[in-house]
Write a protein that binds this ligand. Structure first.
Ligand code: DTR
Ligand code: ZN
Ligand code: ZN
Length: 436
């Protein structure tokens, strides 16, 4: 390709790619149905509950604040999120003379000025393993986050997830998080979704009556299933949405009931047993994996996903198609080292590459402002994907859309990375091309 053509291709491609990187303008909640929401596998949620049960059993029968079972629970959740490509952090605090922990997990990408957050408390009471209260909410939020990663969802807004400590002592962890969140950062949080007890054995379907958009998002979901819902009236102040609401952040959430008694009218519309508590094992040793209604857990886990996908904007999920992938780690030498490449050999694709070639990049590297990352076509044409933006943020986990229609599809495509500033290092973890 002539130099002039290559420069125009580069300019054209970088402009187009940068346009693609800028993504759609920030949007309000996507119109319902505007985004395909994946099903949350309730079997996976139940496996997380089984794991939390095992942790409680191995640690004195509970997962309470200040006990070994809580720290083991938070380490369990963090490990899964780290492996899935989330940027995680543990926030420590002290309560009752014991160290507590919040876990915050950010999904890289999306508009950093528009954050949608989902959370749940991970601690139990001391009297039991806390599988419904609140393994159910924690496991559903965890599986929703893992599904974001598994599907490569790239929302318009930024997704953040939280698991709170010491809720049972008085919302201590979530209060600590909000109190230590700078005002400028609080303003970026456009919604906080709370899930505390969403698998009760004698379930009701309650929706928090706080932010109307969030409330309607949940109500629409259940209406689509033909399931009536009730407004959660006594929830104010009763769970971790309260600190967010108190600083003006829009909140919402779901609840299947605790020690209150299900009425005959409620049993009529929801099934179950009237005259009996929604959860007879509330704050008791019998709050084990046997204390879960699978249907309620399944429905609410899918409602968690519905709200996250719907409220985070139209977003994009990588197209299905023919995938060529290189998962070998390639170390990126610190500056002033040479550029390195990861190669995929494309074969069997007729004609030219598409105008919407999906380029999946996973680079593990601190301070991504050091990096220049390019896609290099088989004929040597360079399409810049990342050019030293992102500052001190870690890791590039992004799906780019590149107009490669001027390139013959078959051949050796390379992901090229170079570190242009000292002190931070990393490696190419994964390079994937999808031909729709
Ligand atoms: N405080 C929660 C349980 C709880 C009781 N009422 C509500 C209303 C809305 C959400 C949660 C709750 C706990 O014991 O963890
Ligand atoms: Zn509780
Ligand atoms: Zn709870």
């Amino acid at each position: 390709m002539k130099l002039s053509a290559r420069l125009s291709a580069l300019a054209g491609s970088s402009a187009l790619v940068l346009g693609a990187l800028a993504g759609a303008a920030p949007a309000s909640a996507a119109p319902s149905g505007a985004v395909a929401v994946p099903d949350i596998a309730v079997a996976n949620v139940k496996q997380h509950l089984a794991d939390l049960q095992s942790i409680a059993t191995a640690n004195g029968g509970n997962r309470a604040h200040g006990r070994a079972g809580y720290k083991a629970s938070i380490d369990f959740v963090k490990a899964k999120l780290d492996a899935a490509g989330f940027t995680t952090s543990l926030q420590q605090f002290t309560s009752g003379g014991a160290t507590g922990y919040n876990l915050i997990a950010d999904w890289p990408g999306g508009d950093p000025n528009q954050v949608i957050m989902a959370g749940s408390h991970l601690d139990s009471v001391t009297s039991g393993p806390g599988i419904n209260d609140n393994g159910s909410g924690s496991a559903a939020v965890l599986e929703a986050a893992l599904t974001v990663a598994r599907t490569g969802y790239q929302p318009t807004k930024h997704l953040r997830f939280g698991w709170w400590g010491a809720e049972e002592l008085g919302l201590i962890g979530s209060k600590y998080y909000v109190n230590n969140l700078p005002t400028t950062e609080r303003a970026k949080v456009k919604g906080y979704l709370n899930f505390d007890m969403i698998g009760s054995p004698n379930p009701g379907y309650f929706v928090y009556d706080d932010d109307p958009t969030i409330e309607q998002t949940f109500k629409s979901y259940f209406a689509g299933l033909g399931i009536p819902t009730e407004i959660e009236t006594e929830g104010d102040g009763r769970s971790d949405h309260a600190p967010f609401k108190n600083v003006g952040i829009p909140v919402g959430g779901l609840f299947t009931g605790a020690d209150y008694i299900k009425t005959a009218a409620q049993a009529q519309k929801w099934g179950g047993t009237s005259g009996q508590a929604f959860d007879r094992c509330y704050h008791s040793s019998c709050d084990t994996t046997a204390n879960i209604n699978d249907t309620a857990l399944d429905r609410n886990s899918d409602a968690v996903a519905h709200a996250i996908w719907t409220l985070s904007g139209t977003g994009t999920t990588p197209p299905t198609g023919t995938v060529f992938e290189n998962t070998a780690d390639v170390t990126i030498p610190d500056s002033p080292g040479a550029a390195v490449t990861s190669t995929v050999n494309v074969t069997g694709i007729t004609g030219n590459a598409p105008s919407n070639l999906s380029v999946g990049v996973n680079i593990v590297h601190t301070y991504i402002g050091d990096l220049v990352v390019d896609l290099v076509a088989p004929d040597g044409t360079v399409y810049n994907l990342h050019n030293r933006t992102g500052g001190s943020a870690d890791n590039i986990v992004q799906t780019y859309t590149v107009n490669a229609s001027s390139e013959v599809a078959n051949g050796a495509w390379k992901l090229r990375a170079q570190d242009k500033a000292g002190a931070d290092t990393g490696y190419i973890s994964n390079f994937k091309l999808t031909f729709p």
